[in-house]
Design a protein around this ligand. Structure first.
Ligand code: S3P
Length: 178
């Protein structure tokens, strides 16, 4: 049996993975799976509390499980991966093998304006969000590029515009990228 062809969204905090992912799922008539939400369901607590309790390393262990579970979903779904999931080679392999992968990108200033507060985003606590997002983008852009079948610049675009582009790229993608 062929693996289900998921639509997987990756990108930094503030890229719009959850908002756009939910809309894509509605449009495609699919379930929406979010690795942060899976971690919160498994641990019974918030991402911030997981970071506080077991640190980033412990969080990444939960995230690896969440990525594996989401990618193993039997029905084709739309999957949003937490911004740092691509750092792990095992996650990258699973994400690439899961279907069509879209990197939602935007300049750090745009991302920072969207996240507004560090609430629920432990990596932004106590820092200037734009500076941190700029640094994270430098560190991660090669990993996003490596897993992505398509990159969409969300800067200056509405959520509906980005959703249209993502769905259209997904629907016209050659089957080989599934
Ligand atoms: C993180 C991004 C967050 C969440 C955690 C770590 C990261 O998810 O997984 O706070 O390392 O970039 P979103 O990208 O969905 O905000």
């Amino acid at each position: 049996m062929n693996a289900p062809r998921h639509l997987v969204l990756v990108g930094l905090m503030g890229a719009g993975k959850t908002t756009v992912g939910e809309l894509c799922a509605q449009r495609l008539g699919r379930a929406f799976l979010d690795t942060d939400a899976i971690i919160e369901a498994v641990t019974g607590t918030l991402v911030t509390e997981v970071f506080a309790g077991v640190g980033e390393t412990g969080f990444r262990d939960f995230e690896r499980e969440a990525v594996a579970n989401a990618c193993a979903a039997l029905e084709p779904a739309v999957i949003s991966c937490g911004g740092g999931a691509v750092l792990d080679p095992e996650n990258r392999r699973r994400i690439q093998g899961a279907g069509f992968v879209v990197w939602l990108d935007a300049p750090p200033a745009v991302l920072a304006a969207r996240v507004q507060s560090s609430h629920g985003r432990p990596l932004l606590v106590g820092s200037d969000p734009e500076t941190t997002l700029n640094r994270l983008r430098e560190l991660r852009h090669a990993a996003y590029e490596a897993v992505a079948d398509a990159a969409v610049d969300t800067g200056g675009r509405t959520v509906d515009e980005v959703t249209d582009i993502v769905v259209s790229r997904f629907e016209t993608a050659p089957a080989a990228s599934a």
